[in-house]
Design a binder for this molecule. Structure first.
Ligand code: NAD
Length: 476
């Protein structure tokens, strides 16, 4: 039996085509996921619409109380959720724990709804006239997450939407749908009314049906840049508000004054953690200065020491990729990089012979933005190394990308750090930190083709996105 859709509090079997869900560490099929079409999407949206009136009028204190109960459920099932992520995504258990924690952070933030949803007032704007701003929910909102954070990214979306009084339809990634199912079960157990959160499984056809459905008022999307662009354009064409987060090609600039022994574990973690399948992965290390050899030697020796294996295995640093097709794509990038003139210093393709979708840490040196591997998102455990003589040159390499999610700098110089922050064209910038991820109370703020829209996910932007404003102007 395939995973069921959730509409109006009922788990529905749907008679549609299915896709297998795998354990990427073993290549075993562990589930089937339904590929819903317009009819199934319509059922979920109608359920969300039917629940909207009562839910939007539920007092905010009651909505927040339920969110606190949900937080308790998630904490009680923390280890179970982490194991589930590892089982069908492949990342290590520690990485899964990190993901679940960052997801719960958003629920913590959503518990502050009575403060977050407050409006503003200004008395006496003119003779006897007062003006008040109130926030209202938008209506039925939909969320379309990617495969690489099956618990965290759904939690970027629906907790803030529902605590603001909206109802929600979540279309999980068809490659990693199990996290969303468990999140929805725990949501119902926390006591949320039926229809507030609905799940429709599927792929492109389900997404397109959500984009077209007249009752869906807002779309939150996270995925690759081409699909983000499509979702942004289609949702806007159908009159919806939309936030669409795209892919990444993040640069990590290492200045000659950086503390190499401190920077190396950070660089390795940024490139090879989560098997490189994260939008904040460090894709290109830019070595600044005359002599990059000590840095390169330390990167090569560190990469070779990383243990590749199943995410729940002892001491494992790098889990498998998501699917055999994706691994083929990453392996083809390695081949192409070498063909375009890069030096292959570490070749992780030696790990491809074992069962599962493994590919080990790989390092390509002398990569330039003119090469495919220097420009395109690889989304695997591949670190490219580029060389620059000055910080200015390093920044111009990073700025030549069409994507602008994250950029980080390793240095001891405050002046270089400031220069980097001012000039690099990326929305999340770090100094001496490998992964510049904002916490739940700040926006996840990609730039360029890494983000299409105005209001980012979570933080104050999240509240703005999931509410519409009403101005109340009075004279008595
Ligand atoms: P994807 O774009 O293939 O899929 C994302 C979602 O869109 C899935 O739910 C999928 O079912 C749906 N989808 C896929 N193709 C579609 C199409 N043609 N039309 C309509 N819907 C479609 O992305 P993915 O492979 O699941 O995830 C990896 C990508 O997500 C990477 O590019 C990564 O950088 C990006 N990502 C970005 C962020 C961010 O915050 N910017 C975070 C995580 C992942």
């Amino acid at each position: 039996m395939a995973l069921r859709n959730l509409a109006g509090g009922r788990w529905l079997e749907v008679a549609v085509e299915t896709l297998p869900v795998y354990n990427p560490a073993t290549a075993e099929v562990i589930e089937q996921v339904a590929l819903s079409g317009a009819a199934e999407v319509d059922a979920a949206v109608r359920a969300a619409l039917a629940a909207f009136d009562a839910w939007s009028q539920t007092p905010v204190m009651e909505r927040a109380r339920l969110m606190f109960a949900y937080k308790a459920q998630l904490e009680a099932h923390f280890e179970e959720l982490a194991a589930l992520v590892t089982r069908h995504h492949g990342k290590t258990l520690d990485e899964s724990r990190g993901e679940v924690r960052r997801g719960i952070d958003v629920v913590d933030f959503a518990c502050g709804a009575p403060t977050l949803l407050q409006g503003r007032t200004l008395r006496a704007v003119s003779g006897g006239v007062d003006q008040d701003l109130y926030r209202y929910p938008v209506g039925v909102c939909a969320g379309i997450p990617p495969f690489n954070f099956p618990v965290m990214i759904p939690l970027w979306m629906f907790p803030l939407a529902v605590v603001a009084g909206n109802t929600f339809v979540l279309k999980p990634s068809e490659r990693t749908p199990l996290g969303a199912v468990r999140l929805a079960e725990l949501f119902l157990e926390a006591g949320f009314p039926e229809g507030v959160l609905n799940i429709v499984h599927g792929a492109k056809a389900a997404v397109d049906a959500l984009l077209e459905h007249p009752a869906v008022r807002a779309i939150s999307f996270v995925g690759s840049a081409p699909v983000a662009r499509h979702v942004y354009a289609e949702a806007a064409r159908h009159g919806k508000r939309v936030q669409a987060l795209g892919g990444a090609k993040n640069h990590m600039v290492v200045m000659p004054d950086a503390d190499i022994s401190e920077a190396i574990p950070h660089l390795l973690n940024a490139s090879f953690g989560n098997a490189g399948e994260r939008c904040l992965a460090g894709s290109v290390t830019v070595a600044v200065g005359q002599d990059p050899d000590p840095l390169l030697a330390a990167l090569v020796s560190g990469a070779k020491k990383l243990k590749v294996g199943p995410g729940d295995g002892p001491g494992v640093d790098v889990g498998p990729l998501i699917r055999t097709e994706h691994r083929q794509k990453v392996a083809a990038y390695i081949e192409q990089g070498a063909g375009e003139g890069a030096d292959l210093l570490v070749d992780g393709r030696s790990e491809m012979s074992r069962p599962g979708y493994f590919l080990g840490p790989t390092i390509l040196d002398r990569v330039a933005p003119s090469m495919t591997v220097g420009r395109e998102e690889i989304f695997g455990p591949v670190m490219s190394v580029a060389r620059a003589t000055t910080l200015e040159e390093a920044i111009s390499i990073a700025n030549s990308m069409t994507l602008g999610n994250m950029a980080v700098l390793f240095t001891k110089s405050g002046r270089a750090a400031r220069e980097f922050r001012e000039r690099v064209e990326a929305g999340m910038v770090g100094v001496n930190v490998p992964i510049a991820q904002p916490f739940a109370f700040f926006p996840f703020s990609g730039w360029k083709d890494s983000f299409f829209g105005d209001l980012h996910v979570h933080g104050a932007d999240g509240i703005e996105f999931y509410t519409r404003k009403k101005m109340f102007i009075t004279r008595w």
